[in-house]
Design a protein around this ligand. Structure first.
Ligand code: HEM
Length: 358
């Protein structure tokens, strides 16, 4: 083709091309934000590969749950450690959710040893404190990628039905700290009631005092009800929803209570590693008592549409540099957006998707 025959660019198309480029870039950024395109970020990896057995409209993990409401009564004992209003206000309204660890919202209660509490405290200065707590005492690995590596390592081999020992070995070489969580899980007693479990925050936070002091802290909810572990026989005999029936019955009879206990770190304690518990003799402060006074189905009890993101803390509490804590914010937001979108577009099952209108 000679130079004379070469097609020439008509400048009149320039504005059209610019507009098309802008529209294309916007469409791509929306698709990226919705998780439809893009690299395999940690969030997508967790929700795409690891937590894919969920039902539309339900949480991608801890799908089976029940809402609760109640009140947090501050003891005032933590007010000198943090300026957060919740530690000084006499009574703070509480809304929360009990759940089991399984992603399957219809799983039998005896299918997992993990029981959990999510909590949102709303103080009278309009500050909110959100948290999620598990009955496990610590996280298996020092980072979130380790959690994913553990899931892959322990996936049963299709030929033997058992985890591949070589893969498990490689995992423990990279994450030796995970041995104690695996051993703990194998021997820890299974809970027989939500009311009797101790719920642990696991990640560390920093309390900020009025004089500027920064105190690294972890906390747990210590039940007033004495613990009774389930024997394997009791587990085998247990009914499908025994934990949920039990908590409904207990709360109908009387409020169920937990003390909010702060564990204060000392210099040198591993603040940013959730796989390392601090020594049991570290100073503890009972910041107050949570009183659960009612429970309701998660479809209608007000907790369905809450993202109990633990990084949403009030002023007076700051985040530590724990990488698992940081990773969780994105993971929860992704799960929350996806399940609410499914409900909004009518893709959720009636059990979770329809609010009761009264
Ligand atoms: C990398 C690690 C983790 C991953 C991938 C993960 C994943 C998830 C996902 C996807 C949800 C559903 C969230 C929603 O839709 O609102 C969830 C809920 C939950 N997670 Fe995690 N999680 C992790 C670590 C932890 C840790 C360390 C704790 C304990 C302190 C925890 C406690 C909970 C609780 C209690 C719920 C249920 C919350 C509710 O009832 O709304 N998770 N998790």
């Amino acid at each position: 083709m000679s130079a004379l025959q070469r097609p020439t660019f008509n400048k009149r198309w320039m504005p059209v091309l610019v507009i098309a480029a802008i529209v294309g870039a916007l469409a791509l950024s929306f698709a990226w934000a919705a998780g439809l395109v893009g690299g395999r970020t940690t969030t997508r990896t967790f929700l795409g590969d690891s937590l894919q057995h969920f039902e539309p409209g339900y949480r991608r993990a801890h799908g089976k749950g029940i809402c609760f409401a109640g009140v947090f009564r501050s003891s005032n004992a933590a007010a000198s450690l943090s300026t957060a209003r919740v530690f000084a206000q006499d009574e703070v309204p509480a809304i929360g959710r009990f759940s089991i660890g399984s992603a399957d919202p219809h799983a039998p209660d005896a299918s997992t040893a993990t029981v959990s509490m999510a909590l949102l405290l709303s103080a009278d200065d309009r500050s909110q404190w959100r948290m999620k707590l598990n009955n496990a005492p610590y996280f298996p690995t020092r980072d979130a990628e380790g959690f994913l590596a553990q899931r892959h390592a322990f996936e049963p081999d299709p030929t033997t039905g058992q985890p591949d020992p070589a893969r498990v070995g490689t995992f423990f070489e990279k994450y030796p700290e995970a041995r104690k969580a695996v051993e703990y899980k194998a021997t820890a007693p299974w809970p027989s009631s939500f009311a009797q479990a101790q719920y642990n925050v696991i990640n560390a936070f920093i309390l900020l005092a009025a004089d500027g002091t920064r105190q690294p802290v972890r906390w747990f909810m210590r039940p007033h009800a004495p613990f009774h572990g389930l024997s394997p026989e009791e587990r085998a005999r247990s009914s499908r929803d025994f934990l949920f029936n039990d908590i409904k019955k207990r709360v109908a009879q009387a409020p169920v209570r937990w003390d909010l206990v702060l564990q204060l770190a000392q210099a040198g304690d591993p603040v940013d590693d959730p796989s390392q518990p601090w020594a049991a003799e570290r100073q503890q402060v009972v910041a107050g008592t949570l009183e659960v006074t009612s429970v309701r189905d998660q479809r209608e009890g007000g907790c369905r549409d809450i993202n109990f993101d633990p990084t949403l803390v009030p002023s007076g509490i700051a985040l530590s540099n724990d990488p698992v804590l940081a990773a969780r914010a994105g993971i929860y937001s992704h799960s929350y957006n996806a399940r609410l979108r499914e409900i909004a577009f009518g893709r959720a099952t009636d059990a979770i998707g329809q609010q009761e209108h009264k």
